[in-house]
Ligand binder design. Sequence first.
Ligand code: TMP
Length: 215
Amino acid sequence: MTLFITFEGPEGSGKTTQIRLLADALRSQGYDVLTTREPGGTVIGDAIRSVLLSIEHHTMSPRAETLLFNAARAQIVDEVIRPALDAGRIVLCDRYADSTLAYQGYGREQDLDELRALGRYATAALTPDVTIYLDIDPHAGLARKRAGDAAEWNRMEEETLAYHQAVRAGYHALAAQEPERWLLLDATARPGVLHETLLSRLEPHLIAMKERNPA
Ligand code: TMP
């Protein structure tokens, strides 16, 4: 059994809660699940995360930013995600290469083809089987974030509302390009309701996984 599931969404879309609920549900069905996040998930990735997200680093160049996100990604793929998939586990990752296309591509207007080539290099061409996108208007999502833990407020969240709206529109464009990979969900639903919807939308993918790997 092996399945690579990524979670994407604008700020404050509730990915952390949904990943926890999904991991618990899959474990209770007997699956071996690993959860991780980007940037981070490794000692090296966490060090890169603090450079990337520190609000003091407001002069960071968009290319430096892109390369650092991809450096953290290369590390987590080699050290955590690829070995877990090879061991037959289900991997749930909070953000992955699509975040770079949305935030650095659509948000910072970096060239999408160049970002895709860089992403292939950073991931050694490892693409998710399923990407769960939790959609929320950035205005509402940022308000949720502001009401939360102040220590988690980061440099990307300091960006303008227009930036975050471009990121959201970018996600919609990416999802439209690969509708078979992306599951789009309304993140304003109550967490329990959202979780149930997510589980039922994921079910066909779990069935397909079992058919690919009969026990
Ligand atoms: P998080 O708050 O979901 O942990 O994500 C950290 C921030 O980094 C969030 O604002 C999205 C941003 N980000 C990018 O801009 N590009 C990327 O490739 C990734 C993974 C995250």
